[in-house]
Design a protein around this ligand. Structure first.
Ligand code: PXP
Length: 237
């Protein structure tokens, strides 16, 4: 049964619509914790479009479960993470124009800079996860980088337009999980997972945690965050 990490970025997106104080991502994080979340995820983007540094401090102070800071390897952001010392950092690629994280981190193509960020963060006692596409080349590079955890990008599976493609991308994830476990890595997964497509991924043996944001916050608009988290948690079996 995989753990559930809930991403609260889009609570901050709503707040930024009016650049006010509500809704508060830290308050949301506590509601997620009380309703079954095993960790809280927040992404401090370089452009600060939703989560800001104050949110990180407030979330860390408020929650009792693991705080997983999603972040790029930009030196400014690595510096902030090293000071904040969340329990975990997940390194992701970041482009200014994208709506959300597109594709995994190219660890193989940026081995030196990724390894350096891994080393700086691990020296501060932060567990480091690399968000990568489900490909052998990236898994091999993750091992070399010194990271002990990977998060496999489930976006291709989640966004597949027909059953054949979804099956193909599902098998790609399954194969990658087995390969990464064989290399001694802890394997998480996430991106694009929702109430319809999560069950198949949740049943893949060896995945320790699923990180889910958008679909939970969207459901919360209609049923409340408590119920939205509880429903997703119930599907992670
Ligand atoms: N995992 C990572 C590394 C991500 O970048 C994101 C998106 O912020 C998620 C999981 C959650 O994706 P979604 O919001 O589509 O559930």
């Amino acid at each position: 049964m995989p753990e559930l990490g809930v991403n609260v970025d889009h609570i901050a997106t709503l707040r930024q619509a009016r650049k006010g104080k509500i809704p508060d991502p830290a308050e949301a994080a506590l509601i997620c914790e009380k309703n079954g979340a095993d960790s809280i995820v927040a992404h401090l983007r370089e452009d600060r479009r939703h989560i800001n540094e104050g949110d990180l401090v407030a979330i860390k102070k408020k929650i009792n479960i693991r705080f997983n800071l999603e972040m790029s390897i930009a030196p400014e952001i690595v510096g902030i993470a090293a000071k904040l010392k969340p329990g975990q950092a997940t390194l992701v690629p970041e482009k200014r124009q994208e709506l959300t994280t597109e594709g995994g981190l190219d660890v193989a193509g940026n081995l030196k800079s990724v390894s350096r960020a891994v080393e700086i963060l691990q020296k501060k006692g932060i567990e480091v996860s690399l968000f990568i596409d489900p490909e052998r080349k990236q898994i091999n590079a993750a091992v070399i980088s010194g990271a002990k955890i990977i998060e496999l990008h489930t976006g291709r599976y989640a966004d597949a337009q027909n059953k054949e493609k979804q099956e193909k991308y599902f098998q790609e994830i399954r194969t990658a999980v087995d390969y990464a476990l064989g290399k001694g890595l802890v394997v998480n997964a996430g991106h694009g997972l929702d109430y319809q497509n999560v069950s198949r991924i949740a049943r893949v043996k060896g995945i320790e945690e699923l990180n889910i944001g958008y679909s939970i916050i969207c459901r919360a608009v209609f049923v409340g965050l408590e119920r939205a988290v509880r429903e997703m948690k119930a599907l992670c079996v």
